[in-house]
Write a protein that binds this ligand. Structure first.
Ligand code: FE
Ligand code: FE
Ligand code: ZN
Length: 290
């Protein structure tokens, strides 16, 4: 099972600390932001302990492509209303992709964005034209994330992602990240994961699925809310999420937990262990509260 979680990336050890955090959780994959997700301030790559992080990954037999990078959410490639936001999206995404190459990671998860005051079709056309201004390095693959459909979010149907992908000049440098909370919130019945995978395969192609965000949801299917819940405590439930980790068709796809902290503590070591064993223990999570 290839499984890990979102981890921190902070002074003094930066990426080396991120890998160490993942190892502490018993993970063999991880995901991080290369800086604060809400601003464009970035530390020089040479200060980020890249060599040490790579060595730690290698020593633990974890390939660098399992260090997944999440693009900052201030990047909104669907925005055609504010020119300064649109320009920032392109410039900053370009910089970020070069940083990812320097770090030696491969997969970058990107939210397709929100169309704000325009409409879905304008949003999709804007995303295509914005992404076509960016050069994705050969070593990097950008994964568009399936979204919940909150507000004016684009990408809550597989068809949206397919339409974007088919308009891209560098199609071979793109793929998809499947978020279980988001797809359930957007209306897909992921309790029948094989049927959802069939639909994904028909519309997008299963070979383009590179990352799974494994989250439970606080809201009912179709609510279009996007509020993550801990594994087994939400409306998706442990059985379905465990079945997703055990599905052979996606065995080679890293599963990344983005579940909330419990009582200011990360729940990832406990959630990973429960998923590996296939046994849910509510008390283990509740005990984190005290
Ligand atoms: Fe995301
Ligand atoms: Fe996600
Ligand atoms: Zn989310």
């Amino acid at each position: 099972m290839i499984i890990g979680s979102h981890v921190q990336m902070k002074a003094p050890l930066f990426l080396e600390g991120s890998v160490q955090e993942a190892l502490d959780y018993g993970a063999n994959a991880l995901m991080l932001y290369t800086g604060a997700p809400q601003n464009t301030k970035r530390r020089e790559i040479r200060d980020m302990h890249v060599t040490e992080a790579q060595a730690l990954m290698k020593a633990n037999g974890i390939p660098m492509e399992r260090m997944i990078i999440h693009a900052p959410y201030i990047i909104n490639p669907a925005n055609s209303v504010k020119p300064e936001v649109a320009e920032l999206a392109v410039e900053f995404l370009q910089q970020e992709l070069y940083r990812v190459r320097e770090i030696g990671a491969r997969y970058v998860v990107l939210h397709p964005g929100s169309y704000t005051t325009t409409d879905l079709e304008t949003g999709i056309r804007t995303i295509i034209s914005q992404l076509n201004k960016v050069t994705v390095p050969d070593e990097v693959t950008v994964c568009l994330e399936t979204m919940a459909g909150k507000g004016s979010e684009v990408g809550y149907r597989f068809e949206h992602l397919e339409e974007i992908l088919s308009g891209l000049a560098q199609q071979e440098r793109y793929g998809v990240c499947f978020d279980t909370c988001h797809t359930s919130d957007s209306g897909y019945d992921i309790a029948d994961f094989d049927s959802v995978l069939d639909e994904f395969d028909r519309i997008i192609g299963l070979s383009l699925l590179h990352v799974i965000h494994l989250n439970d949801s606080k809201n009912a299917r179709g609510a279009r809310k996007d509020r993550h819940e801990n594994i087994g405590l939400g409306t998706i439930g442990f059985e379905t999420l465990h079945a997703i980790t055990a599905n052979e068709r996606t065995a080679s796809v890293p599963k990344i937990l983005e579940t909330p902290y419990i009582g200011a503590k990360p729940p990832y070591r406990q959630e990973i262990e429960m998923l590996r064993k296939g046994i849910f223990d509510r008390k283990v999570l509740e005990d984190l509260k005290v």
